[in-house]
Design a protein around this ligand. Structure first.
Ligand code: SF4
Ligand code: SF4
Length: 128
């Protein structure tokens, strides 16, 4: 599907593409000098690991200023999005299907991490 076609799908169809893996709700760090992105195992306080949903979805961008609403226009311009994100299938010709391993048991809550500890939580998520 090309971008023009994405514009035609309904909001419900767009939302249904998401597999609720929660990987985009993990904090990422960016090196100010190089622009390099580092993924962490720090999970947003509002993600419910049992139900695999955002508990503040309708007002997520107000509650969490860094939380972006994904759209057909921006989804291919966000370098920090997980490589396995279902939306990547729409535009990434190198996308590789792989089994989705739940993030549960591999994360810590942002409320448990201090600013000074952020870098200690940078992880190499092979399946991110
Ligand atoms: S506010 Fe919701 S959608 Fe945004 S990062 Fe947190 S859990 Fe994810
Ligand atoms: S990474 Fe992609 S598929 Fe997973 S929850 Fe976020 S938007 Fe949905």
């Amino acid at each position: 599907m090309n971008k023009k076609d994405w514009q035609k799908i309904s909001d419900a169809e767009w939302e249904a593409i998401c597999d609720n893996c929660g990987k985009c709700c993990l904090m990422t760090l960016e090196d100010e000098d190089t622009g390099d992105i580092y993924h962490t195992n720090i999970l947003c306080r509002y993600y419910d690991l049992e139900k695999r949903i955002c508990t503040v979805y309708d007002k997520r961008c107000e509650m969490v200023p860094n939380c972006l609403k994904l759209t057909p226009d921006n989804v291919d311009k966000l370098p920090f999005m997980p490589k396995t994100c279902a939306y990547r299938k729409l535009f990434d010709t190198n996308y590789k299907e792989q089994p989705l391993k739940p993030i549960k048991d591999r994360v810590v809550r942002e409320t448990e991490v201090t600013f000074a500890e952020l870098e200690d939580h940078v992880v190499d998520w092979e399946d991110l």
